[in-house]
Design a protein around this ligand. Sequence first.
Ligand code: NAP
Ligand code: HSE
Length: 428
Amino acid sequence: MTQALRLGIAGLGTVGVGVVKIIRRHADLLKARTGRPIEIVAVSARDPDKDRGVNLSGYAWETDPVALARRDDIDVFVELMGGENGPAKASVEAALTTGKDVVTANKALLAIHGQALAEMAEAAGRVIRFEAAVAGGIPVIKSLTEGLAGNEVTRVMGVINGTCNYILTRMQSQGLGYNTLFEECAQLGYLEADPNLDVGGIDAAHKLALLASIAFGTKPNFDGIEIEGIEHISLDDIHQADDMGYRIKLLGVAQRTPRGLEQRMQPCLVPSDSPLGQLEGGTNMVVIEGDAVEQIVLRGPGAGEGPTASAVMGDVCDLARGLRIATFGRPADTLVEAKPAITGLPAPYYLRLALLDKPGALAKVAAILGNAGVSIDRMRQYAHAEDTAPVLIVTHKTTRATLDIALEDLRKTDVVSGEPVALRIEQV
Ligand code: NAP
Ligand code: HSE
């Protein structure tokens, strides 16, 4: 009989247990599809006594994931613990240097250490696969590295943090405020252990760094991503955007521009009737544009036991079949440094200002924008509060750098109260 592919799984939480369940449930199917049995040899987690709802008695238990990674009776080390350093990094390094291939769902680890780990893997003749690290159950890594390999990719964008999309769409549909929904996400267990990874845009930016690397042949450059979270998005912004035919989404965009690689993860307005605008709840969507394919849209569950384990198993099956692709879709030593674009491509912006309700206030705002070179497309005043009048402005296309000059001057005037809100309107 063809030799089994032997796995060591470190991490038996949401994703790890999901992987164990699939391997137990679909043993025959997996063997039929890959031509060989897929077996779990050993597992590791912190608490050996925890009831994980799955029978682990047939597998050796390792208290130390590094020891698991070094075992000579496994072929593939499956890292499902998480964290950009600590045991995840140490055990992945141990696995590679002792001749194991690696499958991981760990976007933080790869966004920060991906280049070094890819080089280490290649030096050892091993591969690292990470389908589950980006957009959960959506096979976006496979699409980019394999299905779209014949394209020059021009832009990749997506809604790739389910928690943020859940919050933003519930604000829209239920009229609930950000703080209420943050608490709801905490109760439902949707937030990462450090919630700032979700609502601060960091988790999604980790994922974007990996997509950009594959799409543009650059070393993952997490530090080069302009990141802004959703914490300051108000119900008022959601409603005003809706009124103008837009939805607010935490949108990641990576694109090649004449000025370098633009990578940003920030709340943006997108047309309500676009696929991204229609995306509800915790679902993810990735839009890829290439010179030959034009545009494709991938949509599906971005997190959870089943979808994420499904993606891990796709990688495991590839290894069982003997499919070996370089970590970021090409040899690590051919990846180039990403040259970050100093200023992003121009776009229209949505501005919301609380203006003191006194003569000449609007004229001052218009003058500041005009002096900075920002042209107004539409403007309206609505719902006077006590002594302020909220003003909504949509600009013509401008760069963020130009807008920032105007915003700085607006903050200094005696007619704007509070912090102005400025959101990019993305052409999708
Ligand atoms: P989780 O539920 O918190 O599980 C983490 C597991 O790692 C637990 O079993 C824990 O052991 C184990 N662990 C932690 N530190 C360890 C150590 N020092 N030694 C041995 N085991 C250790 O996490 P998860 O949601 O499954 O996520 C796992 C990975 O998948 C992360 O990289 C995450 O970003 C990624 N991911 C998750 C999702 C999702 O929907 N959950 C989606 C995409 C990607 P104990 O159980 O004993 O505490
Ligand atoms: N916290 C992440 C999200 C989990 O909400 O999308 C999946 O990576």
